[in-house]
Design a protein around this ligand. Structure first.
Ligand SMILES: Nc1ncnc2c1ncn2[C@@H]1O[C@H](COP(=O)(O)OP(=O)(O)OP(=O)(O)O)[C@@H](O)[C@H]1O
Ligand SMILES: [Mg+2]
Length: 386
């Protein structure tokens, strides 16, 4: 299925890929494409580059809020938008809070949970917590409705698709430490010492052990007490999230670059997606070196030097030579990038379309440049980008 068809037909699109390749920018361009197709779309970004964040009006937006870019503003930037575009920045702390709010109706109990030192620590540093919170928010917005498409950006982790396992991992953590929950009565009774808890350093135990000065056992017992009830809720939500992400509702777009250093990482991410029973719908190969055109004819720099002289302008021969060399360098990079495209196609088992996107020559710093990127993604020159 083409990228345009994915954006037209799916309800959720997730961009994944190695760090710094353009996941966030691509996510925004995909959302813009939906707006151009007349679909109400929402782009949920994670740490967008400052200038893109500015362009989308994100700075100053309260965490967790969604801002609507009206059709008129999108059109003023030269886009053929037919629907507004929602944008927001994921706030993982807030996403956790909202999850707890949805799962725990009792206000007093909820307050104790959110204020629990272990919970606060968990949302800050538990591997996968950030990703889990992102999925929670995505799932909530999807189920609530209101958007025809939600584009989710993912965090710059090496294993960018690890967030797919986030629901399982969170459950694992709660469960792994769960066997200690059996010890709860003993812990509450203070009959067991720290020695017992040292037999295997589960996450909860390791985390709580950092709380020097606190009554370690008491904190563990109170955590267990507060969270044991939540496990069922977490489990049900995790199952629903996984089903949605694996279904036809969702498409994954793997964003990468034609950099040989990223080839193996791209393959790894692709394999991870596979192991998770999903296939990327499209692979965007971003920031490819564009073709600098025909090489200058033999003796070009000498002739250019003479032409400049005739105009009363001077250019050192070395400067002209350097210009010629830089053109040559671009040609080499262009050839290398396109050769790498083939390598990638092989490495990714010819799984889907590869969409090469040129380096735009500058950062995507405003809506007009985002529109340029959108066009490169969806309206490649006839005959394709070479
Ligand atoms: N096709 C392009 N041409 C030129 N610049 C681009 C292109 N695509 C992205 N960029 C620029 O590359 C930089 C990195 O992009 P972006 O922040 O989207 O990457 P990312 O994969 O989300 O990074 P991270 O992994 O840190 O989240 C930005 O400055 C963006 O403007
Ligand atoms: Mg990013």
């Amino acid at each position: 299925m083409s990228l345009a068809a994915l954006i037209r037909e799916r309800r959720i699109v997730v961009t994944v890929g190695p760090g710094g390749v353009g996941k966030t920018t691509t996510a925004a361009a995909l959302g813009l494409q939906a707006a151009c197709q007349g679909r109400r779309a929402l782009v949920l970004t994670i740490d967008p580059a400052l200038r893109l964040a500015d362009a989308l009006g994100l700075p100053g937006l309260p965490p967790g809020e969604i801002k609507e870019l009206p059709v008129a503003a999108l059109q003023a930037a030269g886009t053929p938008a037919r629907a507004p575009l929602g944008v927001g920045m994921l706030d993982t702390g807030l996403a956790w809070q909202r999850t707890i709010e949805r799962l725990v109706p009792d206000v007093e109990r909820r307050g104790r949970m959110l204020g629990h030192p272990f919970f606060r620590r968990m949302q800050a540093d538990l591997a996968g917590a950030r990703e889990y919170a992102a999925l929670e928010e995505l799932h909530h917005l999807h189920v609530r409705g209101g958007y025809e498409l939600i584009v989710l950006d993912t965090p710059p982790t090496v294993a960018g698709v690890d967030f797919l396992q986030a629901p399982d991992r969170i459950l694992d953590v709660l469960d792994q430490d769960g066997y200690r929950w059996l010890l709860r009565p003993a812990l509450l009774g203070g009959k067991l010492g720290l020695r017992v808890l040292n037999f295997s350093g589960g996450y909860a135990v390791r985390t709580l052990s950092r709380f020097t000065g606190l009554d370690f056992l008491r904190e563990l017992a109170s955590f267990v007490d507060l969270f044991s009830e939540l496990l069922e809720g977490f489990r049900a939500r995790a199952a629903a999230m996984k089903a949605t992400l694996r279904s036809e509702v969702t498409a994954f777009v793997l964003v990468t670059a034609a950099d040989p250093n990223l080839a193996q990482e791209s393959r790894y991410l692709y394999r991870r997606l596979q192991s998770w029973e999903v296939r990327p719908g499209t692979v965007v190969v971003n920031r490819m070196t564009p073709d600098p055109g025909e090489p200058p004819p033999e003796g070009w720099s000498a002739r250019a030097g003479r032409a400049l002289q005739a105009e009363g302008l001077a250019a050192a021969p070395a400067t002209l030579l350097a210009a010629e060399r830089s053109q040559e360098l671009l040609r080499v990079m262009h050839r290398r990038d396109f050769a790498q495209l083939e390598v990638l196609r092989e490495l990714l088992d010819h799984c889907c379309d590869l969409v090469p996107v040129p380096h735009l020559g500058q950062e995507v710093c405003d809506l007009a440049w985002l529109e340029q990127l959108r066009r490169r993604l969806f309206e490649p020159p006839s005959g394709g980008f070479r």
